[in-house]
Design a protein around this ligand. Structure first.
Ligand code: G3H
Length: 367
């Protein structure tokens, strides 16, 4: 497991893989209040992330373990869909200088949840994935960071745990009947407990979209709270499956409910439903995180996932995170990208930045 000198768990600002930096791109970090796609007058003060509160222990978890008898989500700002798309598109067109690009590509490796979620997964395939996670590019003379985590199905957790035992890499498991979430709450809770006990450091659970779309927000909150309790001190990522939520307003509301229920991260998608991660949806979720942080002081992480296969769009996500939340979120403790096939392009683009061209042999050697 990835460790720090102070604790076997990761803490904010302690990662050796990523340091905060102010040389990243132009524009003031965390300045999204002026360009919010929601009503920016709701909060009077600007986001201050200079001394971020630690992500762990999660203050929401130190509250009484049983959720309030009746939960009603607070009023959340209405999302201007056109503005969200335009702003995402503006951010996507920002140019990134070479030096910042190299730094960004390296950070993206450290922030990657290297994923295999296939019916045909085997311990052997997970072993190869873990080797790739430990040494992303064995043929390179350059030092690359290891990835943030490997993400697998529950039965593969022991194999992944064994493979990364002595490495600074977390094991993430999906749970709660991923990807559909279609099972009784007790069964979903039991699965979270199983992967927790099998050695997962991070647990990615899906929300009950059926209940959410029926307007049963109290039930969605109660269920996520139960999954959060079951995950204990493990790091809980709550997947909204935004491709099924129909509107940006729904994404915004689901983000809030998940955070209120104790999510350590909110995550866009399972990768099994289209559309998966998109820039506008990610922007809406980042703004929800920003506003929640302003209101509660609790930082929540963000994980876009699904369909992110190339370095260029991945870099755009980093630009957006910095713009909305600032440098304090540019760490594996607060930002991840979930992807099964992004890593090789990150490595190839790093090589191109270093040598000014691709080496054709490298395409073949990157397994
Ligand atoms: O959580 C991660 C996703 O399942 C990965 O999706 P992907 O295979 O489209 O990269």
């Amino acid at each position: 497991m990835r460790t720090t000198s102070a604790s076997p768990r990761r803490r904010c600002g302690t990662s050796a893989n990523a340091t905060t930096s102010t040389k990243w791109w132009t524009g003031s970090p965390g300045s999204a209040a002026s360009g919010s796609v929601c009503d920016p007058t709701r909060f009077g003060q600007s986001l201050d992330v200079r001394s971020p509160a630690p992500l762990w222990p999660n203050p929401a978890r130190s509250m009484p373990q049983s959720p309030p008898a009746t939960y009603r989500p607070p009023q959340v700002p209405t999302v201007d869909e056109v503005a969200a798309r335009e702003r995402a598109s503006r951010l996507a067109s920002r140019s990134i200088k070479t030096e910042a690009k190299v730094e960004g590509l390296k950070r993206l490796i450290a922030m990657l949840d290297l994923t295999t979620l296939e019916g045909a997964d085997t311990p052997g395939k997970v072993k190869s994935l873990c080797q790739k996670a430990r040494t992303p590019d064995p043929g390179s003379d350059q030092d690359h960071p290891s990835v943030g985590a490997v993400c697998v199905y529950p039965p593969m957790v022991p194999a992944a745990r064994e493979q990364v035992a002595d490495a600074d890499i977390n094991v993430a498991s999906v749970a709660s009947y991923f990807p559909s979430g279609q099972a009784a709450l007790e069964e979903r809770v039991a699965e979270v407990e199983r992967v927790r006990d099998a050695g997962a450091d991070e647990i990615d659970v899906v929300i009950n979209r059926n209940a959410f779309l029926a307007g049963e927000y109290e039930r969605v909150h109660r269920e996520i709270s139960a999954l959060a309790d079951a995950s204990g001190e493990k790091h809980l990522k709550v997947i909204l499956e935004t491709g099924e939520l129909e509107t940006y307003d729904a994404v915004r509301l689901a983000s809030r409910i998940a955070m209120d229920a104790g999510a350590d991260f909110i995550k866009t998608s399972t990768g099994k439903v289209k559309p998966a991660a998109t820039m506008p949806v990610t922007l809406v979720m980042l703004e929800a995180i920003r506003d929640y942080y302003r209101e509660t002081g609790r930082p929540v992480g963000m994980k876009p996932a699904g369909g992110i296969r190339k370095a260029k769009p991945a870099l755009r996500y980093l630009v957006m995170v910095r713009e909305v939340l600032g440098d304090a979120w540019l760490t594996p403790e607060r930002f991840r990208i979930g992807a099964s096939s992004l890593l090789n392009d990150l490595l190839l683009q790093l090589e191109k930045e270093r040598h000014g061209r691709y080496h054709s042999k490298r395409y073949l050697s990157l397994g």
